[in-house]
Design a protein around this ligand. Structure first.
Ligand SMILES: Cc1cc2nc3c(=O)[nH]c(=O)nc-3n(C[C@H](O)[C@H](O)[C@H](O)COP(=O)(O)OP(=O)(O)OC[C@H]3O[C@@H](n4cnc5c(N)ncnc54)[C@H](O)[C@@H]3O)c2cc1C
Length: 395
Protein backbone atom coordinates (compact mmCIF):
# COMPACT_ATOMS: atom_id res chain seq x y z
CA UNK A 1 0.00 0.00 0.00
CA UNK A 2 1.33 3.43 -0.92
CA UNK A 3 -0.08 6.17 1.30
CA UNK A 4 1.16 9.10 -0.79
CA UNK A 5 -1.14 11.11 -3.03
CA UNK A 6 0.07 12.21 -6.46
CA UNK A 7 0.33 15.93 -7.27
CA UNK A 8 -2.75 15.56 -9.55
CA UNK A 9 -4.73 14.04 -6.68
CA UNK A 10 -3.67 16.84 -4.32
CA UNK A 11 -4.73 19.40 -6.94
CA UNK A 12 -8.08 17.63 -7.23
CA UNK A 13 -8.48 17.77 -3.44
CA UNK A 14 -7.67 21.49 -3.32
CA UNK A 15 -10.15 22.27 -6.06
CA UNK A 16 -13.03 20.33 -4.48
CA UNK A 17 -12.24 21.57 -0.97
CA UNK A 18 -12.27 25.19 -2.16
CA UNK A 19 -15.57 24.63 -3.93
CA UNK A 20 -17.11 23.08 -0.82
CA UNK A 21 -15.84 25.85 1.44
CA UNK A 22 -17.49 28.39 -0.83
CA UNK A 23 -20.73 26.52 -1.47
CA UNK A 24 -21.86 24.34 1.45
CA UNK A 25 -24.73 26.38 2.86
CA UNK A 26 -23.65 27.99 6.13
CA UNK A 27 -25.47 26.71 9.21
CA UNK A 28 -26.48 23.54 7.41
CA UNK A 29 -23.38 21.49 8.13
CA UNK A 30 -24.33 20.35 11.59
CA UNK A 31 -28.11 20.33 11.58
CA UNK A 32 -28.52 17.99 8.57
CA UNK A 33 -28.93 15.01 10.88
CA UNK A 34 -31.58 16.84 12.88
CA UNK A 35 -33.91 17.62 9.98
CA UNK A 36 -36.74 15.19 9.26
CA UNK A 37 -35.83 13.75 5.82
CA UNK A 38 -39.41 12.68 5.15
CA UNK A 39 -40.93 16.12 4.83
CA UNK A 40 -41.34 17.47 1.32
CA UNK A 41 -39.62 20.67 2.41
CA UNK A 42 -36.48 18.88 3.64
CA UNK A 43 -36.42 16.62 0.59
CA UNK A 44 -36.55 19.64 -1.73
CA UNK A 45 -33.84 21.39 0.33
CA UNK A 46 -31.61 18.36 -0.18
CA UNK A 47 -32.51 18.17 -3.86
CA UNK A 48 -31.49 21.85 -4.29
CA UNK A 49 -28.10 21.12 -2.67
CA UNK A 50 -27.76 18.01 -4.86
CA UNK A 51 -28.51 20.15 -7.92
CA UNK A 52 -25.87 22.69 -6.90
CA UNK A 53 -23.24 19.94 -6.79
CA UNK A 54 -24.45 18.64 -10.14
CA UNK A 55 -24.43 22.04 -11.85
CA UNK A 56 -20.83 22.56 -10.74
CA UNK A 57 -19.79 19.11 -12.07
CA UNK A 58 -19.45 17.53 -8.62
CA UNK A 59 -22.14 14.86 -8.80
CA UNK A 60 -21.46 11.16 -9.62
CA UNK A 61 -17.93 12.12 -10.54
CA UNK A 62 -16.92 8.52 -11.30
CA UNK A 63 -19.56 8.14 -14.01
CA UNK A 64 -18.30 8.35 -17.60
CA UNK A 65 -18.59 11.86 -19.09
CA UNK A 66 -21.14 10.66 -21.67
CA UNK A 67 -23.55 9.92 -18.78
CA UNK A 68 -23.04 13.20 -16.92
CA UNK A 69 -20.07 12.29 -14.71
CA UNK A 70 -16.49 13.49 -14.97
CA UNK A 71 -14.77 10.11 -15.37
CA UNK A 72 -12.92 10.51 -12.05
CA UNK A 73 -10.31 7.95 -11.01
CA UNK A 74 -10.85 5.64 -8.03
CA UNK A 75 -8.44 7.73 -5.98
CA UNK A 76 -10.32 10.91 -6.81
CA UNK A 77 -13.56 9.27 -5.66
CA UNK A 78 -11.88 8.34 -2.42
CA UNK A 79 -10.70 11.93 -1.93
CA UNK A 80 -14.13 13.25 -2.91
CA UNK A 81 -15.77 11.28 -0.09
CA UNK A 82 -13.06 12.26 2.38
CA UNK A 83 -13.72 15.93 1.64
CA UNK A 84 -17.51 15.59 1.91
CA UNK A 85 -17.01 13.91 5.31
CA UNK A 86 -14.48 16.50 6.42
CA UNK A 87 -16.80 19.44 5.84
CA UNK A 88 -19.89 17.52 7.05
CA UNK A 89 -21.66 18.23 3.78
CA UNK A 90 -25.45 17.88 3.82
CA UNK A 91 -26.99 14.73 2.32
CA UNK A 92 -27.98 14.55 -1.33
CA UNK A 93 -30.95 12.67 -2.84
CA UNK A 94 -31.51 9.88 -5.38
CA UNK A 95 -29.08 7.48 -3.71
CA UNK A 96 -30.58 4.37 -5.31
CA UNK A 97 -30.57 6.00 -8.73
CA UNK A 98 -26.96 7.11 -8.52
CA UNK A 99 -25.45 4.12 -6.78
CA UNK A 100 -27.44 1.24 -8.24
CA UNK A 101 -29.92 1.95 -11.03
CA UNK A 102 -27.63 4.15 -13.15
CA UNK A 103 -24.63 1.77 -13.06
CA UNK A 104 -26.90 -1.25 -13.64
CA UNK A 105 -28.46 0.41 -16.71
CA UNK A 106 -25.01 1.35 -18.04
CA UNK A 107 -24.19 -2.35 -18.04
CA UNK A 108 -27.51 -3.88 -19.10
CA UNK A 109 -29.71 -1.14 -20.59
CA UNK A 110 -30.63 -0.89 -24.27
CA UNK A 111 -29.32 2.22 -26.09
CA UNK A 112 -32.82 3.69 -25.80
CA UNK A 113 -33.04 2.95 -22.05
CA UNK A 114 -29.64 4.52 -21.52
CA UNK A 115 -30.64 7.62 -23.46
CA UNK A 116 -34.03 7.95 -21.80
CA UNK A 117 -33.25 7.23 -18.12
CA UNK A 118 -29.59 7.69 -17.26
CA UNK A 119 -29.18 11.44 -17.95
CA UNK A 120 -32.05 12.32 -15.60
CA UNK A 121 -30.50 10.49 -12.62
CA UNK A 122 -27.46 12.70 -11.79
CA UNK A 123 -29.44 15.99 -11.68
CA UNK A 124 -32.15 14.22 -9.59
CA UNK A 125 -34.77 15.15 -12.20
CA UNK A 126 -36.17 11.64 -11.74
CA UNK A 127 -35.91 9.87 -8.40
CA UNK A 128 -35.53 6.08 -8.24
CA UNK A 129 -36.22 3.37 -5.73
CA UNK A 130 -35.58 -0.37 -6.02
CA UNK A 131 -38.15 -3.14 -5.71
CA UNK A 132 -36.35 -6.34 -4.80
CA UNK A 133 -37.51 -7.60 -1.37
CA UNK A 134 -40.99 -9.01 -0.82
CA UNK A 135 -42.93 -9.79 2.36
CA UNK A 136 -41.75 -13.42 2.22
CA UNK A 137 -38.53 -13.12 0.24
CA UNK A 138 -35.58 -10.97 1.29
CA UNK A 139 -32.41 -12.99 1.89
CA UNK A 140 -33.68 -15.63 -0.53
CA UNK A 141 -34.27 -13.04 -3.20
CA UNK A 142 -34.45 -15.46 -6.14
CA UNK A 143 -37.74 -16.76 -4.67
CA UNK A 144 -39.65 -13.53 -5.43
CA UNK A 145 -43.30 -14.08 -6.33
CA UNK A 146 -44.40 -10.79 -7.91
CA UNK A 147 -45.73 -11.90 -11.30
CA UNK A 148 -45.30 -10.25 -14.69
CA UNK A 149 -47.41 -11.83 -17.44
CA UNK A 150 -46.66 -11.26 -21.12
CA UNK A 151 -49.46 -9.38 -22.93
CA UNK A 152 -47.83 -8.76 -26.30
CA UNK A 153 -46.34 -5.28 -26.14
CA UNK A 154 -46.52 -5.03 -22.34
CA UNK A 155 -46.42 -7.05 -19.10
CA UNK A 156 -49.19 -7.06 -16.51
CA UNK A 157 -47.68 -6.99 -13.03
CA UNK A 158 -49.33 -8.20 -9.80
CA UNK A 159 -47.70 -8.52 -6.39
CA UNK A 160 -46.06 -6.51 -3.67
CA UNK A 161 -42.60 -5.24 -2.72
CA UNK A 162 -41.61 -4.28 0.79
CA UNK A 163 -38.98 -2.17 2.60
CA UNK A 164 -38.80 -0.04 -0.54
CA UNK A 165 -36.67 2.91 0.58
CA UNK A 166 -37.72 6.32 -0.72
CA UNK A 167 -40.65 5.04 -2.80
CA UNK A 168 -42.65 7.96 -1.37
CA UNK A 169 -40.28 10.40 -3.11
CA UNK A 170 -39.63 8.29 -6.21
CA UNK A 171 -40.81 8.59 -9.81
CA UNK A 172 -39.59 5.13 -10.90
CA UNK A 173 -38.82 1.76 -9.38
CA UNK A 174 -36.78 -1.17 -10.59
CA UNK A 175 -38.74 -4.40 -10.20
CA UNK A 176 -37.52 -7.97 -9.98
CA UNK A 177 -40.44 -10.20 -10.89
CA UNK A 178 -41.30 -13.72 -11.99
CA UNK A 179 -42.08 -14.20 -15.67
CA UNK A 180 -41.81 -18.01 -15.78
CA UNK A 181 -43.15 -19.76 -12.66
CA UNK A 182 -42.34 -23.20 -14.09
CA UNK A 183 -38.59 -22.52 -14.46
CA UNK A 184 -36.04 -23.11 -11.63
CA UNK A 185 -36.24 -20.10 -9.32
CA UNK A 186 -33.16 -18.22 -10.60
CA UNK A 187 -34.16 -18.70 -14.23
CA UNK A 188 -37.75 -17.45 -14.44
CA UNK A 189 -37.10 -13.85 -13.34
CA UNK A 190 -37.12 -10.56 -15.25
CA UNK A 191 -36.00 -7.05 -14.32
CA UNK A 192 -38.37 -4.20 -15.19
CA UNK A 193 -38.45 -0.41 -14.88
CA UNK A 194 -41.80 0.80 -13.58
CA UNK A 195 -43.29 4.29 -13.67
CA UNK A 196 -44.75 4.67 -10.17
CA UNK A 197 -47.52 6.90 -11.51
CA UNK A 198 -48.90 3.93 -13.47
CA UNK A 199 -52.53 3.00 -12.64
CA UNK A 200 -52.58 0.13 -10.11
CA UNK A 201 -49.51 1.19 -8.08
CA UNK A 202 -50.20 1.94 -4.40
CA UNK A 203 -47.45 3.11 -2.03
CA UNK A 204 -48.10 2.66 1.68
CA UNK A 205 -45.70 4.04 4.31
CA UNK A 206 -43.87 1.80 6.79
CA UNK A 207 -42.85 3.76 9.86
CA UNK A 208 -39.56 2.70 11.42
CA UNK A 209 -38.83 2.37 15.13
CA UNK A 210 -37.15 5.80 14.92
CA UNK A 211 -40.50 7.30 13.91
CA UNK A 212 -39.20 8.03 10.42
CA UNK A 213 -40.96 7.01 7.26
CA UNK A 214 -37.91 5.89 5.23
CA UNK A 215 -39.42 2.91 3.48
CA UNK A 216 -42.71 1.58 2.15
CA UNK A 217 -44.72 -1.35 0.94
CA UNK A 218 -45.56 -0.99 -2.74
CA UNK A 219 -48.54 -2.86 -4.20
CA UNK A 220 -48.89 -3.66 -7.90
CA UNK A 221 -52.37 -4.49 -9.08
CA UNK A 222 -52.75 -5.19 -12.82
CA UNK A 223 -50.03 -2.65 -13.62
CA UNK A 224 -49.19 -2.42 -17.33
CA UNK A 225 -45.43 -2.13 -17.95
CA UNK A 226 -44.32 -1.59 -21.59
CA UNK A 227 -41.99 -4.22 -23.03
CA UNK A 228 -39.37 -1.54 -23.74
CA UNK A 229 -38.94 -1.30 -19.95
CA UNK A 230 -37.49 -4.81 -19.73
CA UNK A 231 -33.78 -4.69 -18.80
CA UNK A 232 -31.74 -7.60 -20.14
CA UNK A 233 -33.58 -10.59 -21.56
CA UNK A 234 -36.88 -12.00 -20.39
CA UNK A 235 -36.32 -14.73 -17.73
CA UNK A 236 -32.68 -13.63 -17.34
CA UNK A 237 -33.33 -10.87 -14.80
CA UNK A 238 -31.33 -12.63 -12.08
CA UNK A 239 -28.07 -11.59 -13.77
CA UNK A 240 -29.26 -7.97 -13.81
CA UNK A 241 -30.28 -8.22 -10.14
CA UNK A 242 -26.84 -9.60 -9.26
CA UNK A 243 -25.23 -6.55 -10.86
CA UNK A 244 -27.60 -4.34 -8.90
CA UNK A 245 -26.70 -6.07 -5.60
CA UNK A 246 -22.99 -5.96 -6.35
CA UNK A 247 -23.18 -2.16 -6.52
CA UNK A 248 -25.31 -2.19 -3.34
CA UNK A 249 -22.73 -4.03 -1.21
CA UNK A 250 -19.79 -2.10 -2.60
CA UNK A 251 -21.50 1.12 -1.64
CA UNK A 252 -22.46 -0.05 1.84
CA UNK A 253 -18.96 -1.24 2.68
CA UNK A 254 -15.88 0.83 3.04
CA UNK A 255 -17.08 4.39 2.72
CA UNK A 256 -17.88 5.20 6.33
CA UNK A 257 -15.03 6.51 8.43
CA UNK A 258 -15.97 5.09 11.83
CA UNK A 259 -13.44 7.37 13.55
CA UNK A 260 -15.97 10.18 13.11
CA UNK A 261 -18.35 8.21 15.32
CA UNK A 262 -15.58 7.38 17.82
CA UNK A 263 -14.62 11.06 18.16
CA UNK A 264 -18.25 11.94 18.77
CA UNK A 265 -18.66 9.36 21.52
CA UNK A 266 -15.47 10.72 23.13
CA UNK A 267 -17.04 14.21 23.02
CA UNK A 268 -20.19 12.83 24.65
CA UNK A 269 -18.01 11.30 27.40
CA UNK A 270 -16.70 14.80 28.15
CA UNK A 271 -20.26 16.03 28.72
CA UNK A 272 -21.44 13.45 31.28
CA UNK A 273 -20.03 12.48 34.66
CA UNK A 274 -19.20 9.11 36.21
CA UNK A 275 -18.53 8.90 39.95
CA UNK A 276 -18.40 12.69 40.16
CA UNK A 277 -15.78 13.15 37.42
CA UNK A 278 -16.07 13.70 33.66
CA UNK A 279 -16.73 10.23 32.23
CA UNK A 280 -13.82 10.64 29.80
CA UNK A 281 -11.46 10.39 32.83
CA UNK A 282 -12.85 7.01 33.88
CA UNK A 283 -10.64 4.01 33.01
CA UNK A 284 -13.53 1.80 31.90
CA UNK A 285 -14.84 4.49 29.56
CA UNK A 286 -11.35 5.25 28.21
CA UNK A 287 -10.68 1.55 27.58
CA UNK A 288 -13.95 1.12 25.70
CA UNK A 289 -13.42 4.21 23.51
CA UNK A 290 -9.79 3.22 22.82
CA UNK A 291 -10.94 -0.25 21.73
CA UNK A 292 -13.50 1.31 19.37
CA UNK A 293 -10.77 3.59 17.97
CA UNK A 294 -8.51 0.59 17.29
CA UNK A 295 -11.31 -1.18 15.42
CA UNK A 296 -12.13 1.95 13.44
CA UNK A 297 -8.48 2.34 12.42
CA UNK A 298 -8.30 -1.34 11.42
CA UNK A 299 -11.41 -0.87 9.29
CA UNK A 300 -9.88 2.19 7.67
CA UNK A 301 -6.83 0.15 6.61
CA UNK A 302 -9.02 -2.75 5.44
CA UNK A 303 -10.90 -0.29 3.23
CA UNK A 304 -7.60 1.14 1.93
CA UNK A 305 -6.49 -2.41 1.11
CA UNK A 306 -9.70 -2.81 -0.89
CA UNK A 307 -8.94 0.46 -2.67
CA UNK A 308 -5.38 -0.69 -3.44
CA UNK A 309 -6.67 -3.94 -4.94
CA UNK A 310 -9.04 -1.99 -7.17
CA UNK A 311 -6.32 0.50 -8.17
CA UNK A 312 -4.26 -2.48 -9.31
CA UNK A 313 -7.16 -3.69 -11.43
CA UNK A 314 -7.95 -6.69 -9.21
CA UNK A 315 -11.55 -7.71 -8.39
CA UNK A 316 -12.99 -6.24 -5.13
CA UNK A 317 -12.16 -9.35 -3.03
CA UNK A 318 -13.80 -10.36 0.24
CA UNK A 319 -13.49 -6.93 1.84
CA UNK A 320 -16.93 -5.81 0.58
CA UNK A 321 -18.81 -8.31 2.76
CA UNK A 322 -16.28 -7.94 5.56
CA UNK A 323 -16.54 -4.14 5.63
CA UNK A 324 -20.34 -4.22 5.57
CA UNK A 325 -20.41 -6.72 8.42
CA UNK A 326 -17.74 -5.11 10.60
CA UNK A 327 -18.85 -1.51 10.09
CA UNK A 328 -22.50 -2.16 10.97
CA UNK A 329 -21.49 -4.35 13.91
CA UNK A 330 -19.05 -1.77 15.31
CA UNK A 331 -21.66 0.94 14.88
CA UNK A 332 -24.21 -1.12 16.84
CA UNK A 333 -21.73 -1.69 19.70
CA UNK A 334 -20.83 2.02 19.84
CA UNK A 335 -24.51 2.93 20.11
CA UNK A 336 -25.07 0.38 22.90
CA UNK A 337 -22.08 1.83 24.74
CA UNK A 338 -23.52 5.33 24.25
CA UNK A 339 -26.70 4.22 26.05
CA UNK A 340 -24.61 2.96 28.97
CA UNK A 341 -22.48 6.10 29.02
CA UNK A 342 -25.40 8.53 28.98
CA UNK A 343 -27.39 6.60 31.59
CA UNK A 344 -30.68 8.42 32.25
CA UNK A 345 -29.85 11.00 29.55
CA UNK A 346 -30.11 8.20 26.99
CA UNK A 347 -33.88 8.32 27.41
CA UNK A 348 -34.20 11.79 25.89
CA UNK A 349 -35.92 11.63 22.54
CA UNK A 350 -34.30 12.83 19.38
CA UNK A 351 -34.43 16.64 19.07
CA UNK A 352 -35.73 16.97 22.69
CA UNK A 353 -34.68 20.19 24.37
CA UNK A 354 -32.08 19.67 27.09
CA UNK A 355 -30.89 16.37 25.62
CA UNK A 356 -27.17 15.77 25.22
CA UNK A 357 -26.21 16.17 21.55
CA UNK A 358 -29.90 16.85 20.72
CA UNK A 359 -30.77 13.26 21.71
CA UNK A 360 -29.04 11.91 18.59
CA UNK A 361 -27.63 8.93 20.48
CA UNK A 362 -31.02 7.40 21.26
CA UNK A 363 -31.99 7.96 17.61
CA UNK A 364 -28.78 6.32 16.41
CA UNK A 365 -29.32 3.40 18.78
CA UNK A 366 -32.76 2.78 17.31
CA UNK A 367 -31.41 3.20 13.78
CA UNK A 368 -28.31 1.01 14.22
CA UNK A 369 -30.07 -2.31 13.57
CA UNK A 370 -31.05 -1.31 10.06
CA UNK A 371 -27.38 -1.28 9.00
CA UNK A 372 -27.14 -4.93 10.05
CA UNK A 373 -30.14 -5.88 7.85
CA UNK A 374 -30.10 -3.65 4.74
CA UNK A 375 -28.19 -4.81 1.63
CA UNK A 376 -28.01 -8.41 2.86
CA UNK A 377 -28.19 -9.22 6.58
CA UNK A 378 -25.07 -9.74 8.63
CA UNK A 379 -25.90 -13.46 8.91
CA UNK A 380 -25.83 -13.64 5.11
CA UNK A 381 -22.48 -11.79 5.09
CA UNK A 382 -21.18 -14.39 7.58
CA UNK A 383 -22.30 -17.12 5.17
CA UNK A 384 -20.55 -15.43 2.22
CA UNK A 385 -17.30 -15.00 4.15
CA UNK A 386 -17.49 -18.55 5.54
CA UNK A 387 -18.23 -20.22 2.22
CA UNK A 388 -16.40 -18.09 -0.34
CA UNK A 389 -13.45 -16.79 1.66
CA UNK A 390 -12.75 -19.45 4.27
CA UNK A 391 -13.95 -22.34 2.10
CA UNK A 392 -16.19 -23.75 4.82
CA UNK A 393 -18.96 -26.19 3.85
CA UNK A 394 -22.41 -24.71 3.18
CA UNK A 395 -24.48 -24.34 6.37
C1 LIG B 1 -33.04 0.26 6.14
C2 LIG B 1 -33.44 -0.77 5.12
C3 LIG B 1 -33.65 -0.37 3.81
C4 LIG B 1 -34.03 -1.30 2.85
N1 LIG B 1 -34.28 -0.85 1.58
C5 LIG B 1 -34.68 -1.73 0.64
C6 LIG B 1 -35.03 -1.28 -0.68
O1 LIG B 1 -34.94 -0.08 -0.99
N2 LIG B 1 -35.46 -2.20 -1.57
C7 LIG B 1 -35.55 -3.53 -1.28
O2 LIG B 1 -35.92 -4.30 -2.15
N3 LIG B 1 -35.26 -3.99 -0.04
C8 LIG B 1 -34.84 -3.13 0.93
N4 LIG B 1 -34.56 -3.57 2.20
C9 LIG B 1 -34.79 -4.97 2.52
C10 LIG B 1 -33.53 -5.79 2.81
O3 LIG B 1 -32.81 -6.04 1.63
C11 LIG B 1 -34.02 -7.09 3.48
O4 LIG B 1 -34.62 -6.73 4.72
C12 LIG B 1 -32.90 -8.07 3.74
O5 LIG B 1 -32.37 -8.54 2.53
C13 LIG B 1 -33.38 -9.26 4.60
O6 LIG B 1 -34.52 -9.84 4.08
P1 LIG B 1 -35.82 -10.08 4.99
O7 LIG B 1 -36.13 -8.80 5.69
O8 LIG B 1 -36.86 -10.69 4.15
O9 LIG B 1 -35.35 -11.11 6.11
P2 LIG B 1 -35.30 -12.70 5.96
O10 LIG B 1 -34.60 -13.05 4.69
O11 LIG B 1 -36.67 -13.26 6.17
O12 LIG B 1 -34.38 -13.11 7.18
C14 LIG B 1 -34.88 -13.21 8.51
C15 LIG B 1 -33.73 -13.61 9.42
O13 LIG B 1 -33.22 -14.90 9.03
C16 LIG B 1 -31.83 -14.82 8.73
N5 LIG B 1 -31.50 -15.67 7.59
C17 LIG B 1 -32.20 -15.77 6.43
N6 LIG B 1 -31.59 -16.64 5.59
C18 LIG B 1 -30.49 -17.10 6.24
C19 LIG B 1 -29.43 -17.99 5.90
N7 LIG B 1 -29.41 -18.60 4.72
N8 LIG B 1 -28.46 -18.20 6.82
C20 LIG B 1 -28.46 -17.58 8.02
N9 LIG B 1 -29.45 -16.71 8.41
C21 LIG B 1 -30.43 -16.46 7.53
C22 LIG B 1 -31.59 -13.37 8.39
O14 LIG B 1 -30.25 -12.98 8.61
C23 LIG B 1 -32.54 -12.63 9.33
O15 LIG B 1 -31.96 -12.51 10.61
C24 LIG B 1 -34.18 -2.67 3.19
C25 LIG B 1 -33.96 -3.08 4.51
C26 LIG B 1 -33.61 -2.15 5.46
C27 LIG B 1 -33.38 -2.60 6.88
Amino acid sequence: MDFRYSEDDEAFRREFRAWLEANVPRGWRDDAELADPDTKEEFERRRAWHRKLYDAGWMCIHWPKEFGGRGATLMQQFIYHQELDRIKAPPTVNFQGLARVGPTLMQWGTPEQKRRYIPRIPPAEEIWCQGLSEPNHGSDLAAVQTRAVDHGDHFIVNGSKVWTSNAHHADYSTLLCRTDPSAPKHRGLSYLLVDLKSPGVTIRPLIQITGEHGFNQVFYEDVAVPKENLVGKVNEGWMVAITNMMFERTIHGGRTDMMVEVRQIADAARQVTRDGRPAIEDDYVRDAIAAFACEAEALKYASLRQLTRQLRGLPPGPEGSMMKLCTSDLNLRIQKFAMELLGPYAQFEYRASGAIDHGKWSHRMLAARRGTIAAGTNEIQHNIIGERVLGLPKG
